[in-house]
Design a protein around this ligand. Structure first.
Ligand code: ATP
Ligand code: GLN
Length: 146
């Protein structure tokens, strides 16, 4: 699987059953991203209004422009999505497809291994807690058995 690389590789990603995909995106693209994710059965998504600035991008490319100035934080939305390992690359590809404009400030995606998932209502842990009714796993298993 693409995200698992040898432990001695500089690109090593710790192995886990679940990962958190954390995307900092343009607010006006969020609707488009979340409806595309919903269509592929990704139903567990957390969003927060955040403000931030990128390392250098906006500053050099758009001096005193609308996207960035030294003392101005730009409004972004942070999307946090915990998914099983086999869903990570699909989710990342979908986010890029729907959120990308090609202009400075499109955002970033951070990937974090998640140790466990606990459903408060039931106390379920691990895969049982992470799975969602009618979720991506259900949809793809229905497709493969029909
Ligand atoms: P670009 O050059 O395309 O602008 P960038 O690296 O400057 O890329 P942005 O696209 O401006 O990144 O980042 C969008 C938002 O993502 C920022 O406003 C900030 O909230 C967040 N962000 C970017 N990089 C980081 C980082 N290393 N850590 C935390 N948040 C970040
Ligand atoms: N992996 C879950 C499932 O297939 C979905 C997770 C999510 O929607 N974030 O049911």
């Amino acid at each position: 699987f693409p995200i698992i690389r040898a432990q001695n590789s500089p690109d090593f990603v710790p192995d886990a059953k679940f990962y958190k995909v954390e995307a900092i995106l343009r607010p006006w693209r969020i609707q488009q991203v979340s409806s595309a994710l919903l269509k592929m059965g990704i139903r567990g998504v957390t969003v927060s209004d955040v403000r931030g600035f990128g390392a250098q991008g906006g500053l050099t490319e758009r001096q005193a422009g609308s996207e960035f100035s030294e003392d101005t934080f730009v409004a972004k939305v942070k999307m946090e999505i915990v998914v099983s390992k086999d869903q990570v690359e699909g989710v990342i590809a979908k986010i890029i497809e729907e959120a990308r404009t090609g202009e400075i400030g499109d955002g970033k995606i951070f990937l974090t291994p998640i140790s466990d998932v606990i459903r408060v209502r039931t106390g379920e842990r691990g895969e049982k807690a992470e799975r969602m009714m009618g979720g991506h796993a259900d949809i793809s298993s229905a497709l493969s058995t029909s």
